[in-house]
Design a protein around this ligand. Structure first.
Ligand SMILES: [Zn+2]
Length: 283
């Protein structure tokens, strides 16, 4: 799971919660009739739409980039140079749709604790508390769901596009493909990458141990350990981190995978490399 993106969404939802709960508190405090209060609460909107959209957009971008890179490797084509206008506009539209859906759902659900309970003898504090409870639940569950969802969408989109290019339905040049992936990453101001595994019951111990680790893209290990390829059927990916990311969110903490795990799970060539390294260390 890409924790950076999840944490970012969680922070934005926190801000939405603070502002929204405060607005509800203000409406409840007024001397208006209950029906007027309900009206006002119904017209309240959860805020921070733009930051939410941007967080999703940024993440979709890195997923698409990764997916294109991965598939072009599989199909033995050259690497993506940068994302095309067409793909960028798809990313924009998808971010807007996902954000819109989240906001509509949230706007509907967070008013309910008040609408259902107002006039039943609960104090204002109790009503606001219930709204906060609901927001806490949204904060806990939604980010993972949203990020997981767009991960799937982005991977599929990148894959489809690469296949179209391979079949020559789309021109390579218009998608800006180039043989130089490092150049691409530098051009897009990528400085590091974070290993992202899908932590479900199918994940292997090797991939789970790497999940969340951040590597400098200039490290030789970056080229060597490839998520998605470390073993057959690996569903991991690199989440690229750009220089614009806050320093505390891109602290490099990469460690070479444990030999025992490599032995058990990794493809033979990776195992071999590690064995040679250990021999060298022992010498
Ligand atoms: Zn994996």
């Amino acid at each position: 799971m890409n924790m950076l993106a999840v944490i970012e969404l969680r922070e934005i939802i926190s801000n939405q919660q603070i502002v929204y709960a405060e607005s509800i508190r203000k409406i409840l405090k007024t001397d208006n009739s209950i029906s007027k209060k309900i009206n006002n609460i119904n017209s309240l909107k959860v805020g921070f739409q733009k930051p939410f959209e941007l967080a999703i957009k940024d993440y979709l971008y890195v997923v698409c980039l990764f997916s294109l890179k991965q598939v072009s490797k599989e199909l033995e084509m050259s690497n993506p140079k940068k994302l095309s206008i067409e793909l960028r506009s798809w990313i924009n539209a998808t971010s807007q749709t996902v954000t819109g859906k989240y906001l509509t759902e949230t706007n509907q659900s967070v008013t309910l604790p008040v609408i259902d309970n107002i006039g039943r003898g609960l104090s204002d504090n109790e009503l606001v508390y219930r709204v906060n409870l609901l927001f806490d639940e949204i904060k806990l569950k939604k980010p993972d769901k949203i990020i997981g969802g767009i991960e799937g969408k982005g991977l599929l989109r990148g894959r489809n596009l690469a296949v179209q290019i391979y079949n020559k339905d789309v021109k390579l040049e218009t998608e800006g493909f180039s043989a130089d992936l490092m150049g691409t990453l530098k051009q897009e101001r990528v400085v590091a990458a974070q290993w992202s595994a899908i932590l479900d019951k199918h994940v292997c111990e090797l991939c789970a141990s790497l999940d969340g680790r951040i590597i400098d893209i200039d490290s030789p290990d970056y080229a060597f350990y490839s998520p998605g390829e470390i073993h057959l059927g690996c569903r991991c990916l690199w989440v690229y981190i750009r220089s614009s990311e806050r320093p505390e969110n891109r602290r490099v903490d990469w460690k070479v995978p444990k030999t025992t795990l490599l032995k058990k799970y990794a493809k033979p060539d990776l195992k071999k490399k590690r064995e040679i390294e250990i021999e060298d260390e022992e010498k």
